[in-house]
Design a protein. Structure first.
Length: 188
């Protein structure tokens, strides 16, 4: 007969083995072929706008390629939010909101911010498009968190939701979320 301590020891060994091998059960992850988590975003994904001082932001307003895997059972749709928590002096800036993405879609190619059938939400600039990073000149690099939400709801939300309205609508339907963070700064 095994004691409760031996069961706990066996579970601990199993957990350690899974962690050491890099395998986690039921892991939902987001990756990009263009940048690693925590690394700088390539310039193309920045804004093509110009700062008030006349310096260009340096980008092309092209959304980065994304892939996600390990969605939980019962996933019917996805939503994506790209948020800069450092923007507007800590109040944050929303650069990209896309939702009503069918569960069959697990990749977005570069520039595929709003593919046919997806809904575009309103970013902080008031548009339903991807708007690349453009932190103030000489600011330390900002962090751009791209979150993918796996939802148990059909893709049927109305177009044009801002981040707050989207999160309120999907909150009861979130099965899991995963994120990748890229940094972006501009020094001419």
């Amino acid at each position: 007969m095994r004691t409760p301590v031996s069961y706990l020891a066996a579970l601990g060994i199993l957990f350690f083995t899974l962690q050491a091998s890099g395998v986690a059960a039921d892991q939902f992850v987001v990756t990009s072929s263009a940048f690693k988590d925590g690394a700088p975003l390539p310039r193309a994904y920045g804004s093509k706008a110009t700062h008030a001082d006349g310096t260009a932001c340096g980008g092309k307003d092209v959304s980065p390629p994304l892939a996600w895997s390990g969605a939980p059972a019962g996933t019917k749709s996805y939503a994506i939010v790209m948020h800069d928590p450092d923007g507007r002096k800590g109040l944050g800036v929303n650069h990209w909101i896309a939702y009503n993405i069918p569960a069959s879609v697990t990749t977005l190619a570069e520039g595929q911010a709003a593919a046919a059938g997806f809904a575009g939400g309103k970013n902080s600039m008031g548009t339903a498009e991807y708007h690349g990073p453009c932190p103030p000149t000489y600011d330390p690099p900002h962090h751009y968190e791209i979150e993918v939400y796996a939802l148990d709801s059909d893709p049927s939300l109305p177009a044009g939701l801002d981040r707050d309205d989207l999160l309120k609508a999907i909150e009861p339907h979130i099965l899991r979320n995963a994120s990748i963070v890229g940094t972006y700064g501009y020094i001419p």
